[in-house]
Design a protein around this ligand. Structure first.
Ligand code: TYD
Length: 158
């Protein structure tokens, strides 16, 4: 069996997750999967950071509404670690458009929008690394043991 990669990924609980009181529900899905929270904080995202984070979208016609939405309330930034954490969280989150996402995914269960879709999750190892550095200082990230790893993973997992 191919060994899983230990990965870190960035999750943003977007303003609608906070405003709709879905923060706890969404966080619980990641926790229950077995992912380890290695950083968490609330912040209002600045113009500079939004433009950096969505630099692949700045030329799109929807960029201004996306920016307004992302700055409409504080967000919660979360760094998670675990086996194949990037693809695992993308599956839990679901595809961009909530109205197309499968039931059982966060967007499939709680979003009907292509923009107000509750959660950001990094999409590749290179972007995850840059995104975590963008939003977390080194001292805001924690490396610690979790006893339930022995139950979540098999002995030969890593
Ligand atoms: P993208 O990185 O393509 O998707 P994802 O969040 O699934 O990784 O787009 C970033 C965000 O931009 C997306 O979550 C919502 C917003 N967006 C729109 O508002 N309209 C659109 O047509 C697209 C593609 C994205």
């Amino acid at each position: 069996m191919e060994k899983a990669q230990e990965e870190k990924t960035l999750i943003i609980m977007k303003p609608d997750a906070i405003q709709r009181s879905l923060f706890g529900e969404i966080l619980q899905r990641f926790e229950r999967k077995g992912l380890k929270i290695i950083g968490v904080k609330m912040a209002k995202i600045s113009d500079v950071l939004i433009e950096e984070h969505y630099s692949h979208l700045t030329e799109k016609p929807f960029f201004n509404t996306l920016k307004n939405y992302m700055q409409s309330s504080p967000v919660v930034l979360i760094a998670l670690a675990g086996a194949n954490a990037i693809s695992a969280t993308r599956l839990i989150v679901g595809p961009t458009k909530g109205y197309e996402a499968d039931a059982g995914s966060i967007r499939g269960d709680y979003s009907l929008s292509g923009q107000s879709n509750l959660v950001h999750a990094s999409d590749a190892p290179e972007t995850a690394e840059v995104e975590i550095k963008r939003f977390f200082a080194e001292e805001e990230l924690f490396d610690y043991q979790k006893p339930d790893y022995k139950l979540v993973y098999s002995e030969d997992h890593f």
